[in-house]
Design a binder for this molecule. Structure first.
Ligand SMILES: [Zn+2]
Length: 266
């Protein structure tokens, strides 16, 4: 195949990358889904990735930032010519809850990102998320609220990603008729419209309380995934968290057509 020839190998391009998923292929190869800084979501074939320590020094670890070289072009399956470690996150790799959270966060990216569509800001958000998780362990969260606080962080991540990709709904008005909800009013949502649905338009099965609606609309919520652990422990809205998950789930189901599995019991 021409793709293995020296001339093609020379026409490679560097980019930082995150590994969203890998699958073993043939004897020594790997197929991977990467989120790259330069090219967005790409599928790559890494020839010899399970054998070559020279070209794939760190293997293809999931929760790390890699420096990758890809064959140029926009083929559906590009060649990954080499990958080395740019930044590792040792605390994350020793923390089961952080890995669960990142598993869901990376699955969301794999599901929502369109191939070959660069999203450099979202890439930077991923680096920020790795960084903030790496600076404390999940065990430093108070045990009583741990699952709720982990859920809150994942909620804010999903709201951020959906927002960046233009898929987070306007929570001020009915998605069907455009009628505004009063700020002090609770609202109904459904996954068919992916947003608010007033009673005259048929309502919805998920109730969004006014105080939670205000929180989800606040610009700071979308960056909430960056809150360091000590501050996260001091959030005063813990009781709202079990209601936030169905809201995010409703938007997710509308955006992807898929159910959203949650890593923690609420
Ligand atoms: Zn309506």
């Amino acid at each position: 195949m021409a793709s293995g020839s020296p001339s093609r190998a020379r026409s490679s391009v560097p980019t930082r990358a995150l590994v969203l998923r890998t699958t073993d292929y043939r004897d020594s190869d790997r197929i991977a889904v990467l989120f790259t800084e330069q090219f967005g979501l790409v599928h790559v074939l890494a020839r010899g990735a399970r054998k070559s320590a020279r070209r794939f020094a760190s293997g293809l670890p999931a929760f790390a930032v890699l420096q990758a070289r890809l064959s140029s072009g926009t083929a559906e399956l590009r060649n990954l010519q080499s990958a080395s470690m740019d930044m590792g996150y040792p605390t994350v790799l020793g923390d089961l809850e952080w890995m669960r959270l990142l598993g869901s966060a990376w699955t969301a990216l794999r599901t929502l990102l369109a191939p070959h569509q660069p999203e450099p800001e979202l890439f930077q958000s991923c680096v920020d998320l790795l960084q903030v998780l790496n600076s404390h362990t999940s065990q430093e969260l108070p045990e009583r609220d741990r699952n709720d606080l982990l859920s809150w962080r994942l909620c804010s991540w999903l709201v951020h990603v959906l927002g960046q990709l233009g898929q987070w709904p306007d929570l001020e008005k009915c998605a069907t008729c455009g009628r505004r909800a009063r700020p002090d009013q609770s609202a109904l949502m459904d996954s068919r419209s992916g947003g608010l649905r007033c009673r005259s338009c048929g309502g919805g099965s998920v109730r969004l309380a006014a105080n939670l609606r205000a929180k989800l609309m606040a610009p700071t919520f979308q960056s909430g995934f960056k809150i360091p652990v000590p501050e996260l422990s001091m959030l005063e809205h813990v009781p709202l968290i079990p209601q936030a998950v169905p809201v995010v789930r409703t938007v997710w189901e509308h955006a992807t057509g898929k159910p959203l599995t949650w890593p923690w019991e609420l």
